[in-house]
Design a protein around this ligand. Structure first.
Ligand SMILES: [Cu+2]
Length: 135
């Protein structure tokens, strides 16, 4: 920022104006001060809701039963049950299949690159249903 008097200073200044600018600035600085500490108190920005796409298997169910991800996104599957499960696409193309996920195991698979809605089941317990939406 260039103060007006800075540009004026290059020219000869009549003596009667010389002190005015400095005095004005000094009083402004005194009033505004620097005592405000509120700037430092800003809360950290909350992390995005997506901590990565995750499906949890719990009590023979997929949680959430519907999940929306981006094409090719990595999806984490955590089996918290004491039974082995799978996440297997029912599409004719079998768009994805984790294979067996042992109790307590966490695996990842890659979502299809083609947008759409992909139903999946647990191949071992075929009453377990979920849907992966890619968009
Ligand atoms: Cu199962």
């Amino acid at each position: 920022m260039i103060a007006p008097w800075e540009t004026l200073r290059r020219r000869p200044i009549p003596k009667r104006f010389a002190g005015v600018g400095v005095a004005a600035i000094a009083s402004v600085a005194a009033l505004s001060g620097c005592g405000s500490s509120s700037h430092a108190a800003t809360a950290p920005t909350s992390s995005p809701a997506s901590a990565g796409a995750t499906i949890v298997i719990k009590n023979f169910a997929f949680v959430p039963s519907t999940l929306t991800v981006s094409p090719g996104e990595k999806v984490t599957v955590r089996n918290t049950d004491s039974a082995t499960h799978t996440v297997t696409s029912t599409a004719a193309t079998k768009a994805f299949d984790t294979g067996n996920i042992n109790p307590g195991q966490t695996v990842t698979f890659t979502a299809p690159n083609v947008t759409g809605s992909y139903a999946y089941i647990c191949q071992i317990h075929q009453f377990m249903h979920g849907t992966l939406t890619v968009r």
